[in-house]
Design a protein around this ligand. Structure first.
Ligand SMILES: *Cc1c(COP(=O)(O)O)cnc(C)c1O
Length: 378
């Protein structure tokens, strides 16, 4: 049964393949015998293999071992978990925070926990799959508004007479690289007395001097705003968090099934997240370098007439037209030692090459990408 189905995927160019590295994550990675310049990771600040953080991880491993043995509520956590939560709450300027095992498990656990059948969810059409799945798991009705379209959002809100409403959005959209219009959404939430739930997976460590999207827009955290984010992208570690008022966090810890029924993160991974936060608080150069590299690549891509859609962040989609063309370009780049993966349906509607640039790419790395793309034009 699956054989035929797999054949169909293959014929359509939609069969996915795992690519495992023989090297650490970084701007240059090894697949098989060859080294590639890597434009595919979300390790924006190059912290996934950082000597300072490795030192802190080793120390935590010596003190707490590498396994955690139980869910948090059953004693699987160490005091490092609490230390990280205090740090996140301070970093995000909220009353409290809670660690989750991944961004995926955070969204699929939190959204059902904070909603019920009497609440209506308003969700951006391009929200991350984990948000979509969280909405599907919840008892609430979900209404989808067109991407970043605030008049559509207002129209849906106006027509709906639910007593309680929640607006859910990515801050940075992971396949478009654009930023949600949070100022407008903030005002709409106030006008309709709605809760705001933001997924700051790609904003944390990148926007607002690393503090994330709210800080970028100068929006003060309010008790009716719930912020989720991950340690797995710019912070180069693993896991996720939710930050908000002490009350909402206590509710989530009592109700989010992905929190309650899953073994907690190992302390050494928690230590990596603490160390990463320490590092970006101390060293603002990293984030500056990320944005300098990002702006440089965007300028060079525009010079050679590539369409980067609506990118405003280090996520830079390149419009490539058909699926066939997208795969061809990705393979061409790979042959030239540049790893820039094709993103295909169903992840996106319109196929594209998605480039993510990091603080640790060098001028030479950037030039290799641009030169390969230039040659492709010919
Ligand atoms: C990556 C991502 C997630 C999932 O986070 P993981 O820690 O990788 O599970 C959730 N939301 C958004 C917007 C993401 O980009």
């Amino acid at each position: 049964m699956f054989f035929e189905k797999l054949q169909i995927l293959k014929e359509k160019g939609l069969l996915r393949e795992i690519k495992d590295r023989l090297s650490p994550q970084g701007p240059r990675v090894k697949f098989g015998k060859k080294e590639y310049i890597n434009f595919s990771s979300n390790d924006y600040l190059g912290l996934s293999n950082h000597p300072y953080i490795i030192g802190r991880v080793k120390k935590a491993m010596d003190e707490y071992g590498h396994g955690s043995g139980a869910s948090r509520l059953l004693g699987g956590g160490s005091i490092l978990h609490k230390e990280l939560e205090d740090k996140v709450a301070q970093f995000k300027d909220t009353g409290s925070s809670l660690i989750f095992n991944s961004g995926y498990s955070a969204n699929t656990g939190i959204i059902p926990a904070i909603t019920d059948k009497d609440i209506v969810i308003f969700s951006d059409e391009l929200n991350h799959a984990s948000i979509i799945d969280g909405c599907r798991l919840s008892k609430a009705k979900t209404l989808i508004y067109r991407h970043k379209d605030l008049s559509h959002l207002r129209e849906l809100l106006r027509k709906n007479n639910a007593k309680r409403k929640i607006i859910v959005t990515d801050t940075v959209f992971s396949m478009e690289g654009d930023i949600a219009p949070l100022e407008g959404i903030f005002d709409i939430c106030k006008g309709y007395n709605a809760t705001l739930y933001i997924d700051d997976a790609h904003g944390t460590g990148v926007l607002g001097n690393g503090k994330g999207a709210l800080s970028h827009f100068n929006i003060k955290p309010e008790p009716w705003i719930i912020q989720m984010g991950t340690f797995s992208k710019a912070l180069g570690s693993f896991g996720a968090f939710v930050a908000g008022s002490s009350e909402v966090i206590e509710w989530i810890l009592n109700n989010a099934r992905s929190f309650i029924f899953s073994t907690t993160l190992p302390s050494c991974i928690v230590a990596a997240s603490i160390a990463a936060l320490d590092l970006i608080e101390k060293d603002s150069e990293l984030i500056k370098r990320l944005w300098a590299n990002r702006n440089e690549i965007v300028r060079l891509l525009r010079d050679i007439d590539y369409d980067i859609v609506e990118s405003e962040t280090p996520i830079i989609p390149i419009r490539t037209g058909t699926l066939e063309n997208t795969l061809k370009i990705s393979r061409y780049l790979y042959g030239r030692g540049v790893f820039a993966p094709a993103i295909r349906p169903p992840t996106v509607k319109e196929p594209r090459i998605r480039i993510t640039v990091t603080a640790s790419h060098t001028q030479v790395d950037i030039k290799r990408l641009i030169d390969a793309l230039k040659e492709l034009r010919k």
